[in-house]
Design a protein around this ligand. Sequence first.
Ligand code: BTN
Length: 210
Amino acid sequence: MIHIINRISSTNAWLSSYFTDIGDIAIAREQIRGKGRGNRVWESSLGGLYFSIISSSHLLLPFIIGISVIQALAGLENRLRLKWPNDIILDGKKVGGILCEDDGKHAVAGIGINLNNTPSFPESTNLASIGYDMDEYRFLESFFMVFRENLQRSNKDIISRFRDYDCLLGRDIYWDGVTGIAKSINSDGSLEVLSDDKLVNLYSEDVHLE
Ligand code: BTN
């Protein structure tokens, strides 16, 4: 079932409490306490797109969502990138984020995209800044279609598609005061980094480009 709500705390939180079936969707025009990664708040004023979907658990769900968002944003493939594990980047700035919360049986995948809203962080942007006028319903229709297709793909195929859009591999990065070079994405979705002559795997750290 698709629930369209004007104002809500968080589509992820609401859907986690009230979903009945896999595939249930919540879309909000505004969120009062939008949830971001690492317990951060996701700014969710009017003008942005905020939605969540219930999915079966999948190790690579954030990647599947990220690839699907890019495919559904028709015409922007060359300007959009994915930053491991789940940031959507437009011309080098963050335009959207993905939050997947998994209880082991189901996952709720939430997507926030800045359209006409203006996020307060200088490293963020919105689609209006490049004159992209998104038809939200056309986007959602296209997103859910490609999402279902991408869910059927093998893990190898998903990672290969993610790499096509990745913006970290081969670049100098840092996280938690440590620096390294992003080398590869492993089959479990972790990021392999060469740091201090050693290969380390990152699982959910916030990484930044140097
Ligand atoms: C991030 O920190 O980058 C992830 C942001 C995810 C935000 C979306 S907006 C829709 C859904 N509901 C939430 O409360 N959060 C996600």
